[in-house]
Each structure stands twice: as C-alpha cells, then as structure tokens.
Design a protein around this ligand. Structure first.
Ligand code: FES
Length: 105
C-alpha cells in the first residue's frame, strides 16, 4: 500500500515541509505529488503524478487526481475512478521527519 516504509533510510529524499503541505493541500516535486487524504489525515500519501493513460501530469483537485488530457480521474489512494486510465497511479513510501515530508526515491 501507499504507506509502506520498507525501503532503506538512505533512499528517502525530502520533497517539502509538512507546514507547506498543510497550507497548500499538496506538495509537488519532480513528478511527485504528495497529498493528504481527508479520510487518513495523519499520513501524507505520495504518488507519481504521471497519468497511467498516456503520461500527462495529473492535478490534485477537490479530493481527487484529475488528468487534463483525456479526463481520467484517480481516487485519493491512486486507484482509477474514471477512464480512460486503467492502471492506478504509482505510489512512493512516505515518512515525516523533523517537519519534512520524505519519500522513497
Ligand atoms: Fe491522462 Fe490520457 S493521459 S487521461
């Protein structure tokens, strides 16, 4: 699942601060989109923002991921809500340390 943290510590990298995530509701860095699911507010979730349909970059809007190219929609856990995408968004392991959001890279 999205919150698995089995990767070794050294492979994590910071993508932004928790404060910034709380302020903006998302963090964007190098093809990674970090969000907070309102049903699971304590743990940030990180996704590859590349749409699994044809590779456009999805946006996080009103509690779901929306692809601007052909209208695919993904749920906050990355699963497909609306075609034409068929595969879920790829996820990264996430952890929070010293107020920074780290993702496995
Ligand atoms: Fe995202 Fe086609 S590339 S819906």
């Amino acid at each position: 699942t999205a919150t698995t943290t089995s990767a070794p510590k050294s492979s994590f990298r910071a993508v932004g601060s928790v404060a910034q995530l709380e302020k903006d509701g998302q963090l964007k860095a190098d093809g990674v989109l970090v969000i907070r699911d309102r049903n699971n507010p304590t743990t940030p979730l990180a996704f590859n923002s590349t749409c699994t349909h044809k590779g456009c970059t999805v946006d996080w809007k009103d509690g779901e991921f929306v692809c601007p190219c052909h209208g695919a929609v993904f749920a906050p856990d990355g699963s497909v809500r609306k075609k034409p995408a068929k595969e879920p968004l790829a996820t990264y392991a996430v952890k929070v340390e010293n107020g920074q959001v780290l993702i496995a890279s």
